[in-house]
Design a protein around this ligand. Structure first.
Ligand SMILES: Nc1ncnc2c1ncn2[C@@H]1O[C@H](COP(=O)(O)OP(=O)(O)OP(=O)(O)O)[C@@H](O)[C@H]1O
Ligand SMILES: [Mg+2]
Length: 211
């Protein structure tokens, strides 16, 4: 497999576009650096959980995983490649292109917004039906391909509740999309994800986050 170019970067490593020459197939390769996981006091179970969620999820709007490779220093998550990148980049490009036409914003139709909203809501509902809260839903964690198909990705902060009454109070996520109860370290279950979906929809309509 040949790593071609960097398409994303995060806390624990980079994401590459890669190609297998023998099959001519493209993949997204998320490379996690083991020492960075350990430095940040997150043990390797963090990566195992992210991998297991992606393996278990069978939904058209949730990014799956093709295979995993492990070396001494790295864990490679070999993912289906979304050729439109993530929604945050896609929006920035649209805004830039429109600014040249002297129009500030993204010219999304109401139909387009509804079409995407439905896909995101279905994906989140599916995750919740498996007792999993994503905890970092935002534009950068939703991938898009050339057919305008959306895939929720990045399960690095996801958590699976063991029982129906269990709650969490760990404050995690991205400040602009975090629900008040998460920021205030109050007990929560799935609700914070719906807050984040609301922020994403606001962003679709207004091209900025409300907070
Ligand atoms: N399969 C893929 N196809 C295309 N682009 C991808 C793919 N996976 C990730 N990316 C790009 O890489 C970026 C970072 O990926 P991801 O969100 O999974 O990692 P991260 O934010 O580094 O995660 P973590 O929070 O676990 O550190 C995404 O926002 C997206 O732009
Ligand atoms: Mg991410």
């Amino acid at each position: 497999m040949k790593l071609l170019t960097v398409v994303g970067e995060g806390a624990f490593g980079k994401v590459f576009l890669a190609k297998i020459a023998s099959t001519n197939k493209y993949y997204g390769v998320k490379m996690l650096q083991k020492h960075r996981l350990i430095e940040r006091q997150v043990d390797l179970d963090y990566a195992k959980f992210e991998i297991n969620v992606m393996k278990d999820m069978k939904h058209p709007n949730i990014l799956g995983i093709d295979f995993v490779r492990q070396e001494d220093y790295y864990i490679y998550l070999i993912l289906p490649f979304s050729d439109g990148g993530d929604l945050s980049k896609c929006f920035k490009e649209k805004v830039r292109a429109n600014e040249k036409k002297k129009f500030k914003g993204v010219d999304l139709t109401e139909e387009q917004i509804l079409f995407w909203a439905l896909k995101i809501i279905k994906a989140v509902g599916y995750l919740h039906s498996k007792n999993i809260v994503h905890r970092d839903l935002k534009m950068a964690n939703i991938l898009i391909d050339t057919h305008s198909d959306l895939k929720v990705c990045d399960f690095g902060l996801a958590y699976q509740f063991k029982t129906d009454s269990e709650t969490q109070n760990l404050p995690c996520g991205t400040p602009t999309t975090m629900a008040p109860e998460v920021i205030n370290k109050q007990p929560y279950r799935m609700m914070p994800d719906w807050w984040s979906v609301g922020i994403i929809l606001y962003e679709f309509m207004n091209h900025i986050t409300p907070f």
